[in-house]
Design a binder for this molecule. Structure first.
Ligand code: MLT
Length: 313
């Protein structure tokens, strides 16, 4: 009987609005990606996808809450390279295992990392920025979204490559961090392109380089780190949709199919591409591909972050 009930539920799913937990403050990259893909997914599913921002502890607070939600398809989440890649290395008491405690739904967007600074920062290129950082050390303030966030882990990586030790300033997301960057009250950050592209295009903050092998079509004048003279700092992040472990395969498939439809929808693609987002290719979109990505990212980042001595507890 229970089997029949769950089969019937899956058949008629979704019957009511779906909550998508975003583990960072509204207005940041993860929130922006969630709202863009969620907007189209809700059209396919025929039910509103309601974004709930649950910030804190580098995104692990929101993901922990989502992981413990009913596995009925009505609570899903937008995770990323921090919450589902870096977190195990940084939070010894993490309440979830990214490789075991989720039903992977699919990749939403790749997000190249950009090195940005406040407009008043006394440097006009990457070399000048790095020289200033080396001279001024902890007098320089680096914004990030909490230990284990993408901005934190890529900031740690950048600081290790250029051998500086700035003062780290935590925010509930890089949306709020960007506000302080524009107010000239924090100095720099390494952030996901979809958050900072409009402000770079608007001339409201400085950008020194993008940490990818090729330039972004959304920021064609921004040099790559290599072009700007810095070897060894190439990194892109990713944001992906997950459901709690135990979500029925039929429901997970409906969610995954809706996400894939969003990524094939012209206006959805344009919104992501205009912000410098990278649309996952066909092969990258399956739940199995996401599961493999999570496993490889946890394996990749754990030694890097432990070597950098980064830990939250
Ligand atoms: C955000 O949405 O605020 C970012 O994903 C935070 C981060 O991971 O840096």
């Amino acid at each position: 009987a229970i089997g029949l009930a769950t089969a019937a539920q899956a058949q008629t799913y979704p019957q009511r609005p779906i909550t998508m937990i975003v583990p960072f403050a509204a207005g940041g990259p993860t929130d922006v990606i969630a709202r863009i893909v969620g907007d189209h997914m809700s059209r396919t599913l025929g039910q509103q996808i309601v974004i709930e921002n649950v910030a804190g502890a580098g995104g692990t607070t929101g993901i922990t809450r989502a992981a413990q939600a009913q596995a009925d398809g009505y609570t899903i989440m937008m995770g990323h390279m921090g919450t589902h890649g870096a977190a195990p290395a940084l939070y010894p008491n993490l309440k979830y295992d990214p490789t075991k405690d989720f039903a992977p739904i699919g990749l939403a967007a790749g997000t190249p990392i950009v090195i940005v600074a406040k407009k008043d920062f006394p440097a006009n290129d990457l070399k000048g920025f790095v020289d200033y950082m080396k001279t001024n050390g902890e007098k320089v303030n680096m914004a990030h979204a909490g230990v284990g966030s993408v901005s934190h882990m890529t900031g740690i990586f950048f600081n290790a490559v250029v051998k500086t030790k700035p003062t780290m300033v935590a925010y509930r997301g890089t949306g709020p961090a960007l506000n302080d960057l524009m107010a000239n009250t924090v100095d720099y950050m390494t952030d996901q392109i979809v958050n900072v592209a409009p402000q770079i295009q608007g001339g409201n903050i400085k950008a020194f380089a993008i940490a990818t092998a090729e330039r972004s079509p959304a920021l064609p004048n921004l040099p790559t780190t290599k072009e700007a003279g810095l070897d060894g700092f190439e990194v892109s992040a990713w944001n992906a949709v997950f459901a709690p472990k135990g979500t029925s395969p039929e429901i997970a498939k409906k969610l995954s199919d809706a996400l894939v439809k969003a990524l094939d929808d012209e206006s959805t693609r344009k919104r992501l591409l205009d912000l410098g987002g990278v649309i996952p290719s066909g092969a990258e979109r399956s739940p199995e591909a996401l599961q493999k990505l999570v496993e490889s990212e946890v394996a990749r980042w754990t030694p890097v972050l432990k070597a950098a001595g980064a830990t939250a507890e």
